[in-house]
Design a protein around this ligand. Structure first.
Ligand code: NAD
Length: 380
């Protein structure tokens, strides 16, 4: 009898080697809606995995898997830094957000999330909207970041901006021995949802701002607000913002802004803002340390939004969210102290702090285990 030649799907155990640190990777396929998604669960020591769902026309399965693995690991650190009872996870849907979306596709995705029985909570990310997750939420309770009318917390930029202001206070405390926001100068890149709120908080405290945005409307609005506050404001170009003689640079526009070119230009004493993935590479955190520029790790200082979505699962309470957001001040101070004592970059210190918190939690659990469902989820 002839033996059929079988093609190997994946050579050796390569896939398991790639997910060496991850607990679980789920491939989701629904031919009737065209859904092709990957859910990556990195670590659930701190609680069920939490992380957004990205939709992107990935060129290959490899690229999609890489994104899911990398981003889910980042969420483990972000959750540990923030002290919410969640671990790290992330989902990616392979497809073009402009052409491949349908309510049925997100319902199918919701069914896959539901099949994980509370191990994974998700919501919007790049390429997905609250509207998409209203469809998904018809199939599962494990959706966060919904509009207020659907039990969600609403605009996450409010707690995010509050967290950035606490992070700046901790930075000023470390630089000047006083957490006062006033009397200090700041260079703000981006006056969008988060940047504008941070700018208003600083102007009200009597700060001196250099600001830039590619939107003339946002600039004009901020100039008008500045007229009624004790602070002062000067508009500079997108290029000039990096070389301002300010005390603190506040990136609130896009990632990768700490790179070889900008490090040459910076004259600030610290960088503390909301943008995700501010360092082009982790090595740039080391270069900032060498240049004596204090860096507030982005995933800690911008975690106010995460605190809000995590709170939704308890029944959103904005006062509680803001109370928890205050702890960003303590976490940033702890990271600065740890970095200074050990002579390491603040990024290395932040990662060590998070890893230690996870190890401590695992010890409290008695052994490395996962909490499949938090107590409060049973009532839902
Ligand atoms: P946003 O889109 O509302 O604001 C971004 C602003 O940056 C816009 O006003 C835009 O015009 C401006 N901008 C774009 N390119 C620019 C350039 N070259 N020079 C100057 N300005 C430029 O976004 P947002 O919600 O305020 O978020 C800002 C950053 O913070 C993003 O990196 C985001 O990922 C991150 N973040 C936001 C939240 C949140 O809750 N919104 C939470 C965590 C992290």
């Amino acid at each position: 009898m002839e033996t059929a030649q079988r093609m190997p799907i994946v050579e050796n155990f390569e896939l398991f080697e790639r997910m060496a640190e991850h607990e679980q990777v789920v491939l989701c396929h629904d031919p009737s809606t065209g859904l092709r998604a990957i859910i990556a669960i990195h670590n659930t020591t701190n609680g069920p995995a939490l992380g957004g769902c990205r939709m992107y026309p990935y060129k290959s399965f490899d690229d999609a898997m890489e994104d899911a693995l990398r981003l889910s690991k980042g969420m483990t650190y972000k959750c540990a830094a923030t002290d919410v009872d969640f671990g790290g996870g992330k989902a990616v849907i392979i497809g073009d957000p402009q052409t491949d979306k349908s309510p049925e596709l997100f319902r199918a995705f919701g069914q896959f999330v539901n099949s994980l029985n509370g191990r994974f909570y998700t919501g919007t990310d790049m390429g997905t909207t609250m509207e998409d997750f209203i469809h998904a939420s018809k199939e599962t309770n494990c959706i966060v970041g919904l509009p207020a009318a659907y039990g969600g917390g609403g605009d996450s930029s409010i707690p995010t901006a509050a967290g950035v202001l606490y992070g700046i206070k901790a930075t000023n405390q470390t630089l000047f021995g006083s957490e006062n926001l006033g009397g200090v100068s700041y260079a703000i890149q981006g006056l969008g949802k988060v940047g504008s709120k941070v700018a208003i908080g600083l102007l009200e405290a009597g700060a001196h701002l250099y600001v830039t945005d590619i939107s003339e409307e946002s600039i004009k609005r901020m100039e008008e607000i500045a007229l009624t506050t004790p602070g002062t404001l000067k508009v500079v170009t997108s290029e000039e913002i990096y070389s301002q003689e300010a005390d603190v640079f506040i990136p609130c526009a896009f990632g990768g802004i700490v790179n070889d070119q900008t490090i040459e230009k910076f004259k600030v004493k610290a960088i503390a803002g909301s943008a995700n993935n501010q360092l082009l590479t982790e090595h740039h955190g080391k270069l900032l340390q060498e240049k004596g520029i204090l860096y507030a790790p982005d995933y800690i200082i911008n975690s106010g939004g995460l605190i809000q979505v995590a709170d939704e699962l308890y029944g959103i309470n904005h006062e509680r969210v803001l109370a928890k957001t205050k702890h960003i001040y303590d976490s940033i101070l702890e990271v600065y102290k740890m970095a200074s004592i050990n002579g390491i970059s603040t990024v290395e210190a932040a990662n060590k702090m998070c890893e230690q918190r996870i190890v401590n939690k695992a010890k409290r659990n008695g052994f490395f285990t996962t909490s499949l469902k938090p107590k409060w989820a049973f009532g839902k």
